[in-house]
Design a protein around this ligand. Structure first.
Ligand SMILES: Cc1cc2nc3c(=O)[nH]c(=O)nc-3n(C[C@H](O)[C@H](O)[C@H](O)COP(=O)(O)OP(=O)(O)OC[C@H]3O[C@@H](n4cnc5c(N)ncnc54)[C@H](O)[C@@H]3O)c2cc1C
Ligand code: FES
Length: 269
């Protein structure tokens, strides 16, 4: 996979407690930035958790260079509230980019709770798709869409969601994980139909325990901290403009950081 990586990390204490929808905060080394990553799977007996991450900037690029047997200085978790799992009826689970992995344990738990699960996953192109069979094995129906049409349907998740909810079949709940824009569009698709739509927000997080305020979001006019009150929230209540603006406040610093790191580490590529 060009820019998406899977790590199975030995973390028995985390694996013992984790529930679908929770995340870890990792720090590669003493000087490393703290970043949140969803726990995409786990093995309690082996004592391991699986993280799937997309190379976005300096930390995820550095993480991608680690090899089997290397260690990560800190991995804290499980953090956040678990996804609300219950018997709703028909649940549509959507995942784009890293969200393909993050949605898997939720789809699995939803099916285990007796729901009919329709999973919808998207990637820009066929070579960026992963976990097709894993998602199929935990879903009653799997819909795949690629932005360039190189595999399965052509287009993006919101179009597929529109077809499902507009198609007449009763949908009781939609859950979306992936890029902020995709989650926002999904919420707009379901709003006119009054279908409850839960989204897993991804604001910038630092401590992940409710202390720094960095992950502040506005939901239903109330200030929430995504790390302790979420990351799952009602997508129809989220102030998307605020979230999109806050996610890019450190863009200059992030570009500067990546350029500096690439200059110092050019020989590794
Ligand atoms: C609860 C949660 C779960 C997440 N799960 C996953 C996952 O399973 N896989 C995955 O690939 N990504 C996940 N993300 C996003 C991931 O944390 C960011 O891609 C990562 O922090 C980028 O760091 P960077 O240094 O590589 O890139 P940077 O260049 O620093 O940033 C790239 C983009 O990532 C966002 N970002 C930067 N720092 C943070 C931070 N500390 N916290 C959150 N976002 C940040 C910024 O909006 C920025 O535009 C999750 C985010 C949240 C909040
Ligand atoms: S990450 Fe600091 S309060 Fe949520």
């Amino acid at each position: 996979m060009p820019n998406i990586h899977l790590f199975r990390v030995e973390a028995p204490a985390v694996a013992k407690k984790v529930q679908p929808g929770e995340f870890v905060v990792i720090r590669i080394d003493e000087k490393g930035e703290r970043i949140p990553l969803t726990i995409a799977d786990w093995d309690k007996e082996e004592g391991s958790v699986t993280i799937v991450f997309m190379e976005a900037g300096t930390t995820t690029r550095r993480l991608a260079l680690l090899e089997a047997g290397d260690s990560i200085t800190n991995l804290v978790g499980p953090l956040g509230l678990p996804a609300h799992i219950a018997r709703f009826g028909t649940v549509v689970c959507v995942g784009g980019c890293y969200g393909i992995a993050s949605i898997m344990p939720i789809a699995r738990a939803m099916r285990g709770a007796g729901n009919k699960v329709i999973s919808v996953i998207e990637a820009r192109s066929k070579n960026l798709l992963f976990w097709e069979e894993r998602l199929r094995s935990v879903s009653d129906q799997l819909i795949i869409t690629t932005g360039d049409g190189s595999y399965a349907a052509k287009g993006w998740i919101p179009q597929q969601l529109e077809e499902i909810v507009g198609g007449g079949d009763k949908v009781d709940l939609v859950i979306a994980i992936g890029c902020t824009y995709m989650m926002m569009l999904c919420a707009e698709v379901t709003r006119p139909f009054g279908i409850k739509t839960m989204v897993h927000l991804n604001p910038i997080m630092v401590d992940g325990t409710g202390m720094c305020g960095c992950c502040r979001v506005s939901v239903g006019g109330e200030t929430k901290f995504a790390c302790v009150d979420g990351p799952e929230f009602d997508g129809h209540q989220v102030d998307w403009d605020l979230l999109l603006a806050r996610r890019s406040i450190y863009l200059d610093e992030e570009i500067h950081s990546l350029q500096g790191w690439e200059c110092q580490n050019w020989y590794k590529f």
